[in-house]
Design a protein around this ligand. Sequence first.
Ligand code: ZN
Length: 180
Amino acid sequence: MAIRPILYSENPLLRRKSRKVQRVTEEVEELIQDMFETMRAANGVGLAAVQIGVPLRVIVVGIPEDVEDPAAGTTLSLINPEIVRASPEVEEGVEGCLSVPGWAGNVPRHVEITVRGLDRKGKPVRMKARGYLARVLQHEIDHTEGILFLDRATEVWPVEEGEEEKVEAAAVGMGPRRGA
Ligand code: ZN
């Protein structure tokens, strides 16, 4: 396992659509492990493969145990994730992004979504997510389409190093966390 460097928003790769994974190989398994390690080292709650320079449709999510949310402790990886249903109901919430350090913004997201994809063994999975987990999934799936939260935000503002945590904690009602 290895922590890999995270790309920043000026990197054109972040604007490209990621490719579908054709076969779930050992390399994909290794990629997922590196993504988890990189995400945790950066205090993130989610990461897409393209953020570490691999333009494949792979995302990981890790909601810490100590947050007040029904999704607390959720850890998952998804290959070729796809939103197949989204509630018409939308709510705004504060987001940050590991690829956009120093910025936060208000982003409208669907409150509930149904996502399908493959697990790390290549088995098809389908899941429903609400609230914060649904937000993180939408943020990560956007990365696979070359979309950053800045594109969807109704408002963005600069945050000081370390202040990101306060902003997110205040707005999302969670413990100190940073971007995804
Ligand atoms: Zn992000």
